[in-house]
Structure formats: C-alpha cells, structure tokens
Design a protein around this ligand. Sequence first.
Ligand code: NAI
Ligand code: K
Length: 353
Amino acid sequence: STDDPGSTGHEQVVFCQDTQSGLKAIIGIYSTALGPALGGTRCYPYASEEAALADVLDLSRGMAYKNALAGLDLGGGKAVIWGDPDQVKSEALLRAYGRFVQSLAGRYYTACDVGTVVADMDVIARETRYVTGRSVEHGGAGDSSVLTAWGVFQGMRAAVEHVWGTPSLRGRRVGVAGLGKVGRHLTGHLVDDGAEVVATDVDPRALEWARTNHPGVTLVADASALVAADIDVYAPCALGGALNDDTVPALRARVVAGAANNQLAHPGIEKLLADRGVLYAPDYVVNAGGVIQVADEIEGFNFDRAKLRATRIYDTTRQILRLADDEGVPPAVAADRLAERRMADVGRLRTIH
Ligand code: NAI
Ligand code: K
C-alpha cells in the first residue's frame, strides 16, 4: 500500500530469467485499478539490475497516469529487458519473454518501447495473447505516430486557446524540434490549420522531407536556434530533456506542447517555466495518442474509434489547464491529480476483471 513509506505503491514486480536465451527482464505492474496494466517493453543496456528496476518502477507508474488520463480502461505497467537490443534480442529471448507475459494471465499487456519494434511484438505474440502494437499484417494498429501527432495537435489547440482565447493555429508560429515520425505528421496538421512552422532536425533526410513536402516551412540550424526564434509555440518532438536550465531562459514561446517523453530535465524546470509565464502542456497528456492507438488494437483495431479518443486529448488538456489555474498548481501537478481521481473513482466501481 502507498501508506507504507518503504513502498513504491506498485501492485506487483516480476523478475524474469531464462538462462538458455540470456533473458533478464523485470515487469512492473503499478496499478490494475482501471483494467489490465498496459505499457511497452524497453530493451536497454542498464548499468546494473538496480538501474533497470528503478527505470521499470518509474515507467510503470507513469503509464498508470497516462492511461488513466487517456480515458482507457487500462492500468499502468511497463517492462524492461536488460541488455543491448542489437546484441541480446533473438527469437528465443523474445519468446521466453512472451511466456513470462503470458504467465501473468492478462494482468499485463506489453507493446513497443525504446529498443523494441513492431516485429518484436509479432514474435512475442507467438507465446502470448497479451501483446499489442503488432504489425498490420498480424492485425495490428501499425505505426502509432499517426495518432500521437493527432493527439499532440489537439493538446496544443487546448493550450493555445487557454493563452489566446481561440484554439486555431492560424497565423501562429510553431517551432517543431524533430521531424521524425511524429514531427512530420504534426507539421502536416499545423500547416493544414494555417500555422507558420519553423523546424529543425539533426538528420539531413528529415530536412529534405520538409523541403520537398512543405516548402513553406522555415528550417533553422539546430534546437537552440529554434528555442531562440520568434515562435508562439514550442513543440519538442525529438528526445527527452528539451526543457532545461539552458533552453527555458532562452525560450520565446508562450506555450510548450510536444510529443517527446520526459521533456522536463528536472522537477525544478516546472517553476522556471511558470515564472517565465510559459504554459506547459504536460508531455504524457498530449502524447497519449500512441498508447490510445495500441490500446484500441486489443479490441480489434478501429482507426476511427481510436482517432475519436485521441481527439479528446483536447478536452482533457483543457480540463487540466483549468484545474491548474483553479488549484494554483503547475499543469503537470493538475494532470497527476486528475489521473489519481479517475483511478480512485473508477477503480472503486470496477467489478469485472
Ligand atoms: P523518431 O525517431 O521518428 O523522430 C525523432 C527525430 O528527432 C528524428 O528525425 C531525429 O533525427 C530528430 N532528432 C534527434 N535529436 C535531435 C536534436 N538534438 N535536434 C533536432 N532533432 C533531433 O521518433 P518519433 O516516433 O517521432 O518520436 C518523437 C518523440 O516522441 C520521442 O521522444 C518519443 O519518445 C515520443 N513519443 C513517440 C510516440 C510514437 O507513437 N511514435 C508516442 C509517444 C511519445
Ligand atoms: K497502486
């Protein structure tokens, strides 16, 4: 129980080992209050078992909050496979891992994360039915960046409305850092809505994509040039830690809403953003379109149904920003409170498992 100060609040933590394939994995189930725990499998060369455990505890808790706010009937879980994905991943290892997932009998559903790809989920699925994010050929939902970008766009509209009174992006200057899978779809939505997009990427192929598909997009040298540019909205769509002690003081945007996970480099950044009058739409709220997409696959993927759910990220973001104002807390704290309320309220009503 969370009343115990020594406890992390997790329901279950499972250590998995298969010596033959070299599998070492940890599955963390934070909460099944809203339904089976859903969260991806990360494959990463952790320095130690302690580091792997710390990561899975943190990530599985985060998924409980994310899934709750996404309006899913799913709890929060996550798994880590300890090792370099290029070296450790094999059919034998993934199938051994799949058997551990199956042994949890539906308390945990897995999906892709850093170090695992859709093809890995197809292999895992040969041992367990509790896996999602599979390939289209296997009945899966396919690339989740489509609805991730749609959800980010919806969250951005809510944040823009909160600051300027209208959700329209027409005439707004939006800085997109990272023209990868999500950044490209997002750029499309922004251009369609009449925004002026300023963007950057470290990969020349991404810049070429922009020049070819959206010649109206202004390209800048790097992320620091983007942060310092005259933009209204900043959309981090590359790596974590985009909001840090260097970028926030230089930031000219009044709104931050982007796809990247873990945008805040450390907890103090929230206050720095607030002090500078920057409205931060919490990353895990606005980037939930991806998990919404893979969650939908559990019922048999229906794109329109999933898109409708991702569209509601607009309403959720609005609600969170208002709650933050009412309760005088940063949006990330308001988001956590809303998630906790749903887990407590609905978790109490749930009778079927
Ligand atoms: P991606 O790997 O397709 O795209 C990332 C892009 O960022 C690449 O084009 C890369 O060259 C660029 N990049 C890397 N470092 C950069 C830097 N320092 N400056 C500028 N550009 C840089 O990844 P994807 O799928 O588009 O995801 C983007 C972010 O959104 C990641 O943080 C990911 O964790 C997060 N996210 C993605 C979801 C999805 O469904 N794809 C779901 C939820 C979150
Ligand atoms: K719990």
